[in-house]
Write a protein that binds this ligand. Structure first.
Ligand code: HBI
Ligand code: FE
Length: 255
């Protein structure tokens, strides 16, 4: 399964994944032949950004997840999907976690940003704002795009570990590609069962540096009483990079 998934994604990612992803992958002890050894991954990560990979059985409770991230430990599923889940599964497996997330953890900006998410997670939960914060993680770490000179590029692990969404997210004319905006994203519901209807794009990964350091409390206060948006909404206030046709999700609704 690992080899099948690894080879398929390695064919698809050049020209679609961002430079940071490609660079991170190059410097990791990772290849098609077997599932990487977590100690060796941790050694490479530790040297570069001070992160480690720890094995977990699957989804872990929020507080456990945040505690790990806050201490620069990335929890990775220690199982791999079954052949009938080649293209989609809900629980994060070792392919999603290691192939999708670990290359980006070699990047110092992402390394700090994901730690800050762990630190902010517990605070958000106490404030009743976890749903809002989780959307920021979803639309950046999991499904984020970043602008490069050549066009939109993938940095989100949910995309980078999916063959079909890799192509859909950067090349299909169906989804919207909108400029990332923190409050806009906090107010936007997301789909967990299919491709995203909208992707939010950064001008530069360095934008996450700012997000890792600002105080979310006043943002939560504004967002708490604001209306929410559906996954496919495009607003007059959005900075639209590509207005999607919506064809893909419209066809699904009809079926
Ligand atoms: N556990 N293993 C694992 N991986 C995740 O991405 C994860 C989790 N537990 C909770 C969680 N994500 C999210 O619900 C939080 O980011 C809110
Ligand atoms: Fe993930």
């Amino acid at each position: 399964m690992w080899k099948t998934l690894f080879e398929r994604q390695s064919r698809l990612l050049p020209g679609r994944a961002c430079d940071a992803f490609v660079e991170g992958m190059k410097d990791l002890p990772i290849g098609p032949e077997q599932i990487p050894n977590f100690e060796q991954l941790s050694e490479a990560l530790m040297k570069r950004t001070g992160w480690q990979v720890v094995a977990v059985p699957g989804l872990v409770p929020d507080d456990v997840f945040f505690e790990h991230l806050a201490h620069r430990r990335f929890p990775s599923g220690q199982f791999i999907r079954k052949p009938d889940q080649l293209d989609y599964l809900e629980e994060p497996d070792v392919f999603h976690d290691v192939f999708g997330h670990v290359p980006m953890l070699m990047n110092p900006v992402i390394a700090d940003y994901i730690q800050a998410y762990g630190q902010g997670g517990l605070r958000a939960k106490k404030l009743g704002m976890l749903e809002k914060l989780a959307r920021v993680y979803w639309y950046t770490v999991e499904f984020g795009l970043v602008r490069q000179a050549e066009g939109p590029r993938i940095y989100g692990a949910g995309i980078a570990s999916s063959a079909t969404e890799t192509v859909f997210s950067v090349e299909d004319d169906s989804p919207n590609r909108l400029r990332f905006d923190l409050e806009r994203v906090m107010r936007t519901r997301y789909r967990i069962d299919d491709f995203q209807e909208s992707y939010f794009m950064l001008d530069d990964l360095d934008e996450l540096l700012e997000l890792a350091h600002i105080d979310f409390a006043p943002v939560y206060e504004r967002v708490a009483s604001a209306s929410e948006y559906d996954p496919g909404d495009v607003l007059a206030t959005d900075s639209v990079i590509t207005r999607g046709t919506g064809r893909y999700h419209a066809a699904k609704k009809q079926a």
